[in-house]
Design a protein around this ligand. Structure first.
Ligand code: EPU
Length: 349
């Protein structure tokens, strides 16, 4: 177990917000968690689990013990006629994991290429892009209970996956279901069906198909298209600090949608299978004139209004407070114009 004191967290959050961890413990193997829990000082202290730091806003120094998960490893753990089951250490980089499966001739994750963060963080917010979500490929995960030190395994049905949501984002409620702050995910297993078919439901991918004239793209081609589309629309966190989409796309009833369309005929919306309507939060924010605007060093990305960015660099960048002030101002103006309260996607600490 490696314990460090007063550690700068700027390199460990993709928003590149300046903050420090009073205590940071690198978790390289499961036994490190047991050692930490047995420690008389660190064991009883509050804890915060950090993955790739791509979905957090730090609003100050972190007093809880930061557990930086660096458990590595990738392997095929099972194979049947129907599917391959691959397992990753929670500290593996997600995009590299996607590339590894493709290089092994096992497609299925290509639509989720280039999503920042670690494999261990992927189930927490059920990452998704271009028509595929983690839950569509999820098999099971191993975790450690940070209160009791007990290891446990969860199947998909026990993870409470929803749109950018899971049991890991919720505090324990009356039914005791939430695992926020309680579980440290150590390994994730994914199921990649052998009967692969391209997932081309998204307009952006259909456009690529038309432009290239490729009727039956391979998984590698879809991977490359997704990377191109993301690079054109989304800021690279290595260059401009950001945490991906800052708000979830809201859903409304068909009646609410009809009401909004009557006032805003151009509103971008998609009918979902369950009869509700998803609205493009980026469009709503854009329509309120936020694209390119800033509060302090926190800004709204010029090419995608759903992404908030850190316009500064080094020590002079945006603070978590500026990001949240901007987020609240956006929420207020979208609410005043459309009557819809946008829900932030990242975890605010
Ligand atoms: N739009 C605008 N103005 C904007 C931004 C978007 O008019 O400034 C319109 C676009 O023209 C488009 C629609 O809004 O018609 C949707 O935009 P886009 O296709 O870029 O996708 P999104 O709904 O903004 C979601 C996910 C992304 C994911 C993409 C592709 C959420 C919150 N975001 O974005 O996920 O990559 O779809 O599947 O669901 C993330 O979660 O961090 C993330 C990047």
């Amino acid at each position: 177990m490696l314990v460090e004191k007063n550690v700068p967290l700027q390199p460990y959050n993709t928003f590149r917000i300046v903050a420090r961890a009073q205590t940071l413990v690198r978790v390289l193997r499961e036994a490190d968690v047991q050692a930490l829990l047995a420690d008389p000082e660190l064991g009883p202290a509050p804890k915060f689990v950090l993955g790739g730091g791509s979905n957090i806003v730090l609003t100050g120094d972190v007093k809880a013990v930061v557990l930086k998960v660096e458990i590595m490893g990738r392997r095929l753990v099972a194979e049947s006629d129907k599917a391959w089951i691959v397992e990753f250490g929670a500290g593996e980089n997600w995009h590299e994991a996607v590339g590894w499966t493709l290089a092994q001739g096992r497609p299925g994750l290509e639509n989720m290429a280039l999503i920042p963060g670690t494999v261990g963080a992927a189930p927490v917010q059920n990452i998704g892009a271009y028509g595929v979500e983690l839950q569509d490929r999820f098999e099971s995960l191993d975790a450690i209970d940070l209160q009791t030190g007990r290891p446990f395994t969860l199947e998909a049905a026990q993870c409470g996956f929803g749109y950018r949501d899971s049991v890991f984002k919720h505090a324990a409620g009356p039914q005791g279901l939430g695992l926020a702050g309680r579980a440290l995910i150590t390994r994730v297993r994914l199921r990649l069906p052998k009967a692969w078919k391209p997932e081309l439901g998204y307009l952006d991918l259909q456009r690529r198909q038309a432009e290239t004239g490729i009727e039956r793209p391979t998984a590698q081609q879809i991977h490359d298209w997704v990377c191109e589309i993301r690079r054109a629309k989304l800021p690279d966190p290595a260059v401009i600090g950001n945490a991906g989409s800052f708000f979830k796309n809201p859903t409304v009833t068909p009646e609410q949608c009809a009401d909004i369309i009557a006032r805003e005929p151009k509103i971008v919306h998609y009918l979902l299978d369950d009869g509700t309507v998803k609205l493009a939060a980026g469009w709503l924010i854009d329509a309120c004139g936020w694209k390119g605007k800033s509060i302090g060093q926190a800004g709204v990305y010029e090419k995608q209004a759903l992404v908030l960015v850190n316009r500064g660099g080094g020590d002079n960048g945006a603070t978590g407070g500026e990001v949240m002030t901007l987020a609240k101002a956006i929420q207020t103006s979208v609410y005043e114009r459309f009557g819809i309260l946008l829900e932030p996607e990242p975890v605010v600490i």
